[in-house]
Design a protein around this ligand. Structure first.
Ligand code: MN
Length: 211
């Protein structure tokens, strides 16, 4: 087994009331768990892939055999996306919420004008993504930008494949499985609440690594 489902860095109930416990249990155990299982099944017996990180695999989909490329794209993307998503959240007031500081705050302000403008632009990308997908804050050639991808695509796959390139440092899951039990069809309400569990210290770590 090349990949394993990472534990959450907090309890299933820790993000209440923003994200409810049952959603976290199903999302992590069933959805993310299935991506890991399906990815492992697809690459089983292919040591060239089994020895790589999931980021390296999805960053070079051309190097994946044709017959398993779609399943690796979907499930490798799903594993990478959710592994980041759990990390960039934290309980409200215990690492979650507030605003970024330091170099990340300076980069956001210089790129988007203000933190509020950045949030508005990010929310717009997340709201306008039709169907299932993700909105992202990425670093590309040292600069920040916002975009979105469909399904479980990840910016590491590259602009030619998924319409957005760069290294993701923050992303929000807008699949209905991420919010439907509590918010039903109200994606904008989920997005508004989500900011209060964003772990900016972790996003800043990804920013420092990506620059
Ligand atoms: Mn998800």
């Amino acid at each position: 087994m090349a990949f394993t489902l990472p534990d959450l860095p907090y309890d299933f109930s820790a993000l209440e009331p923003v994200i409810d416990t049952l959603t976290m249990q199903i999302h992590h155990g069933k959805h993310h768990g299935a991506y890991v299982t399906n990815l492992n099944n697809a690459i089983a017996g292919k040591p060239a892939l089994e020895s790589k990180t999931v980021q390296a695999i999805i960053g070079n989909l051309a190097g994946v055999p044709d017959d398993i490329r779609p399943v690796v794209r979907n499930n490798g993307g799903g594993h990478a996306n959710h592994s980041m998503f759990w990390q960039i959240m934290a309980p409200k007031g215990k690492g979650g919420g507030g605003e970024p500081t330091g170099e990340l705050a300076a980069a956001i302000n210089s790129t988007f004008g203000s933190f509020a403008n950045f949030q508005a632009k990010f929310n717009e990308a997340a709201t306008k993504r039709f169907g299932s997908g993700w909105a992202w804050l990425v670093v590309k050639e040292g600069k920040l930008s916002i975009g979105s991808t469909a399904n479980q695509d990840n910016p590491l796959m590259g602009e030619a494949i998924c319409g957005l390139g760069g290294t993701p440092i923050c992303g929000v899951d807008v699949w209905e499985h991420a919010y439907y039990l509590k918010y039903q069809n109200r994606r904008p309400e989920y997005l508004t609440a989500w900011w209060s569990v964003v772990n900016w210290a972790k996003v800043a770590e990804f920013f420092a690594a990506a620059k």
